[in-house]
Design a protein around this ligand. Structure first.
Ligand code: PEP
Length: 254
């Protein structure tokens, strides 16, 4: 919100959904409402296979084209992988890194996520660094310890000038795709903790770094979350797959 001095950034993560035609259609619907939402930065992260089709629809638009993952090398013998220069070539500006599904199902650890963050920055794009605790970690009182380890692991070696461009997405794993949204108090507590860690790492620049919340964000819970002093936007999964619900979230987030 304007009073925080940080422009909220809301990104739809489409995960492994949508063929090229429906992807282009959804991106067009979102693009068409952006004129009325100048106070927000908005992006969509289609699957790799739909990036080119969506990019074509977005020509001349402010809607950000985001990718869901990348490899840390620029090129090489990495069958099935996609590099940052390849994404930039398609018009991608932001790359989601370290999503909990990558950590859980593809074994990504903090060191690998850190390499990807640095590769994205080196390529001149913006990383959206995801972190968040499992339910068992929250229940055993380890939330802060876990997110701090993930934050510091991923940002090790990232200089202050680059850090100011990074977007952090706090996504409690137990709230992703489950319909269980963190309460505004739970979310704000972790966001404030993360900002305090960023202050230790980067001083006053921490006030510029956007921290999104992610985990079952919907049109009816978005405004309460966005009103929190350290919540600067949202990373939206399920509710971003439908134009009406994603646009509902955007409108509720103004
Ligand atoms: C996500 O996967 O980043 C996410 C937040 O998903 P959902 O909104 O469906 O919980």
């Amino acid at each position: 919100m304007a009073t925080k001095g940080r422009k909220p950034i809301i990104v739809g993560n489409w995960k492994m959904h949508k063929l090229t035609a429906p992807a282009a259609e959804l991106a067009t619907a979102v693009k068409n409402v952006l004129g009325g939402l100048p106070e927000l930065e908005v992006g969509v992260a289609p699957p790799f296979t739909a990036l080119a089709a969506v990019a074509k629809r977005l020509e001349g638009s402010k809607l950000l084209l985001c990718a869901q993952n990348c490899h840390f090398e620029e090129q090489g013998a990495q069958t099935g992988e996609v590099s940052v220069p390849m994404l930039r070539d398609l018009g991608v500006s932001h790359v989601i890194v370290g999503h909990s599904e990558r950590r859980q199902y593809f074994g990504e650890d903090d060191a690998l996520v850190g390499k990807k963050v640095k590769a994205v920055l080196k390529g001149g794009l913006t990383p959206i660094l995801c972190l968040g605790e499992l339910l068992s970690e929250r229940e055993s009182g380890r939330t802060n310890e876990v997110v701090n380890r993930q934050l510091r692991g991923a940002l090790a070696g990232v200089a202050v000038e680059q850090a100011r461009t990074v977007v952090i997405a706090y996504e409690p794993v137990w709230a992703i795709g489950t319909g269980k949204v963190a309460t505004t108090v739970q979310a704000q507590e972790v966001h404030a903790f993360l900002r305090a860690q960023l202050r230790e790492l980067y001083g006053g620049v921490a006030e510029e770094i956007r921290i999104q919340y992610g985990g079952s964000v919907k049109p009816d819970n978005a405004s309460g979350l966005m009103a929190q002093p350290d919540i600067d936007g949202a990373l939206v999964g399920g509710a971003s797959l439908d134009a009406e619900s994603f646009i509902g979230i955007l409108k509720a987030s103004r």
